[in-house]
Ligand binder design. Structure first.
Ligand code: S3P
Length: 767
């Protein structure tokens, strides 16, 4: 045989035919059948149970085997030890004896599959002495079932396999071991043994210990039969891994004692804090903790879901995008008495930008008033995934900037959830990095147009690939390009496209000019200037020169006028005394909603105007108003782009007809807001005519009266937070119950919406 047709190893011997060992021999056997050149020439095995050996020979997966190590390993050039950690010492001693007896080559590669690595590495040092050929390995795969018959030849496919080489590891042998595992489908990574044990203590050993502990606790109750009989899904999900093999976990807990005890100490401390939060009924903190966990778990969930469909060297296919299961709904009884003074959460656009610019700045940025919604948290997570240290305590965020060239390659695709702003702005930043990246999103974001940013970025020299005919996410960006400034006229007024290009320009050679058809929100321009990076604006023309740096600054995020808009309309259409919304951001590129409502005759007063952190803020008071239908001036459209769904609710309550044109962009928001609103309004008995670029709504208001405008009905949110909240506002003038489905999407921008709406008079039951 010449080199090209030689198997990777001549003879593999697996010690132990439990689940992992048996799956390994099966997987190598399968790979041998598949390949023109076998992965391994000969496979043998050792197991203390003669029946397992016989079964394995009969199944054709091993050529030979023995219950004695010295016989099984004869002539092997690789031995993989697949026995419980505790049995490792005696197996290694037997291997050493085989070497000393000249049965096993002294330079035979020895590896293992144990769940802890430091103690095993120490044993190898002790038993084999200097210059040994042991490399620890650990497949992150398994099941609760054990034994030869539980084997699965696909067990390692697309699962991580951790190898723990040391400074003295033979690199040629390391490369071969890597190829062996890759040959059975594993995704091989390397890690120091100590680090492996610390990480596994958190991600595997501690969760197993907790599952065993809770199950043990319940089993010790006298009435345990009743407890288990009535145990619900929560117990089932949580305790599943407590059915794992006791001997194996006994060995792991002992072998990884010190890392496990550290993680357990941290857990106990955390649990005590949780206990105190509940004891003191600290609702805000409790909600914050639960929301943080939920967000993190969903993020992991998406990461894990994506992983199994990830094909090396290709972008993730759209098939990989799983719809988020929408299970939450609002059940809203009509309530017309609306009164109160409230504060809404921080501005979404500004929150996103604070994380992005803080991360890219030199120095530490402190943000207060940060929006704790899923969209802004997706941006935060993305920068954390790129190596930025970000600490968050409620709405206070501290960002340890890494400088303009300090981002690191993310290990996984960046998951943007529902957030178009995150994906589009990040496209500009990522196009200029030295590393490749992939961005994915949820089902709604995965339908939204991304070519609008990809096209001008390509003109600058970026290499960016969108997916499908429509040019949607996932986006795949190839790093290490050099970008050049362009002069670009935006086809639509969009702050996201504008901001994406401004951001890419920071790394481009020369001065980029961006021309907008209409003025759109200017938070990027304002905040970059606040970070000491000059961006010039002259009417609708923005210029920015690459090559500068950002200097950390403190950001105070004002309350989001887009969230306040729901309460402005609620105050105007409801009865009662009306509403005051405090300290709302009044950036002139965002106040179109106030102008439009005033044109409709709303009784709005703006007081306490002041400037905070470079952005104007004020209190907005809206009293019950007689609204009238209007033709909405087109120049106001970009200045109220996110507020139209709730403005349609206002228009439904007005006397006469309201006409919106020049708003085609509404069709490519989180949902097609023209079609989805028209459908929902029809369900509730309001007539409208859908236009290509807008809508005509026939108001049902009667001058001087607070009549019911809407009937009851079931509305679908279409993964769009603003659709859900707008129809909740409609309940103030409904005759019957409105049910809104898929309301978890509200968490993207306004997690406290239902609570706040109920505090001023609505009756939303979240189910
Ligand atoms: C945003 C810009 C707007 C807006 C979105 C937030 C931003 O989108 O609808 O909610 O933060 O830049 P477009 O730029 O697509 O109009």
């Amino acid at each position: 045989m010449d080199e090209m047709t030689k198997p990777l190893f001549a003879h593999l011997c697996v010690i132990g035919l439990g689940l992992i060992g048996a799956s390994l021999v099966q997987a190598v056997h399968n790979a041998n059948q598949r390949r023109s050149t076998p992965l391994v020439g000969k496979i043998t095995a050792m197991d203390t149970n003669a029946v397992s050996i016989k079964d394995a020979i009969n199944a054709g997966v091993i050529a030979d085997g023995s219950t004695e190590i010295i016989k099984a390993v004869q002539g092997a050039d690789i031995v993989v030890i697949a026995v419980p950690v505790k049995a490792m010492a005696s197996v290694m001693s037997a291997l050493k004896a085989a070497m000393d007896a000249g049965v096993l080559a002294k330079d035979c590669l020895i590896s293992d599959v144990g769940s802890t690595k430091e103690s095993v590495a120490m044993l190898a040092d002790e038993i084999f002495g200097a210059h040994h050929h042991f490399i620890g390995g650990h497949p992150i795969a398994g099941a609760e079932n054990s034994g030869f018959h539980a084997r699965n030849g696909e067990l390692f496919v697309q699962h991580k396999l951790i190898l723990c080489p040391t400074d003295s590891t033979d690199l040629a042998q390391l490369a071969k071991l890597r190829q062996l595992w890759q040959g059975v489908g594993a995704d091989v990574i390397e890690m120091d043994a100590k680090r492996h044990d610390e990480i596994l203590a958190y991600t595997s050993h501690l969760p197993h210990l907790l599952a065993f502990s809770l199950t043990h606790q319940l089993a010790s109750h006298d009435d345990n039969l009743d407890i288990f009989r009535y145990a619900a899904g929560g117990f089932r999900d949580f305790s599943r891994i407590a059915a794992s093999h006791p001997v194996m976990w006994h060995d792991i807990f002992i072998a990884n004692k010190s890392a496990l005890l550290n993680s357990l100490d941290e857990f106990q401390q955390h649990l005590n804090e949780f206990k105190e939060i509940i004891e003191t009924q600290n609702s805000q903190k409790l909600l914050d903790w639960l929301a943080t966990s939920r967000h993190a778990r969903r993020h992991f969930g998406h990461m894990l879901a994506k992983k199994s469909t990830h094909k090396p060297n290709s972008i993730i296919t759209t098939d990989a995008i799983k719809d988020t299961i929408m299970s939450q709904s609002y059940h809203i009884r009509p309530q017309n008495h609306i009164t109160g003074t409230i504060t809404v959460p921080g501005d979404k656009s500004i929150s996103h930008r604070s994380i992005m610019f803080g991360s890219l700045a030199d120095g530490v940025t402190h943000v207060s008033g940060f929006l704790q919604g899923e969209d802004a948290l997706a941006t935060l997570q993305a920068f954390a995934d790129m190596g930025v240290k970000i600490e968050r305590d409620g709405d206070k965020v501290t960002i340890h900037g890494v400088g303009i060239d300090g981002l690191q390659a993310p290990k996984e695709p960046l998951y943007m959830g529902n957030s178009g702003t995150s994906m589009r702005l990040l496209a500009g930043i990522l196009s200029a990095q030295q590393f490749d990246s992939v961005m994915t999103g949820d089902v709604s974001l995965s339908k939204r147009p991304m070519e609008r940013v990809a096209k001008p970025l390509r003109e600058m020299g970026a290499v960016i690939q969108s997916t499908g005919e429509k040019g949607t996410a996932p986006l795949s960006i190839t790093g290490s390009q050099s970008l050049t400034a362009i002069d670009y006229t935006l086809p639509v007024a969009s702050a996201q496209i504008k901001s994406c290009l401004i951001l890419a320009s920071l790394w481009a050679n020369g001065t980029t000019t961006i021309r907008e058809p209409e003025v759109s929100r200017d938070h990027t321009e304002r905040m970059l200037n606040a970070f000491g990076y000059p961006v010039h604006t002259d009417g609708n023309v923005i210029t920015v020169t690459g090559g500068g740096r950002l200097t950390a600054t403190d950001i105070i995020v004002p309350a989001d006028i887009s969230s306040a808009a729901f309460f402005m309309v609620l105050g105007a259409i409801g009865g009662g005394d009306g509403l005051t919304i405090q300290k709302v951001g009044m950036n002139p590129t965002r106040t179109g909603v106030i102008d439009i409502l005033k044109l409709m005759g709303a009784d709005i007063t703006v007081t306490n105007e002041t400037i905070v952190g470079g952005e104007p803020i004020a209190d907005i008071t809206v009293k019950p108003s007689d609204l009238k239908g209007i033709d909405i001036p087109e120049h106001l459209v970009p200045l109220a782009i996110d507020e139209f769904p709730v403005l349609f609710v206002a228009a439904s309550c007005a006397t006469g007809t309201t006409k919106l044109t020049g708003a085609k962009e509404l069709r490519v928001k989180e949902s097609d807001r023209i079609a989805v609103m028209a459908d929902g309004l029809a369900t509730l008995g309001v007539e409208s005519t859908v236009l290509d670029d807008g809508i005509i709504i026939v108001g049902r208001g009667v001058a001087g009266e607070r009549n019911a405008i809407f009937g009851g009905g079931v509305i679908e949110s279409h993964h769009d937070h603003r659709i859900a909240m707008s129809f909740a506002v409609a309940s103030a003038r409904a005759s019957d119950e409105i049910i809104i489905q898929g309301t978890e999407t509200v968490n993207t921008s306004f997690p406290s919406f239902a609570e706040l709406a109920n505090s001023v008079g609505l009756s939303i039951d979240v189910k």
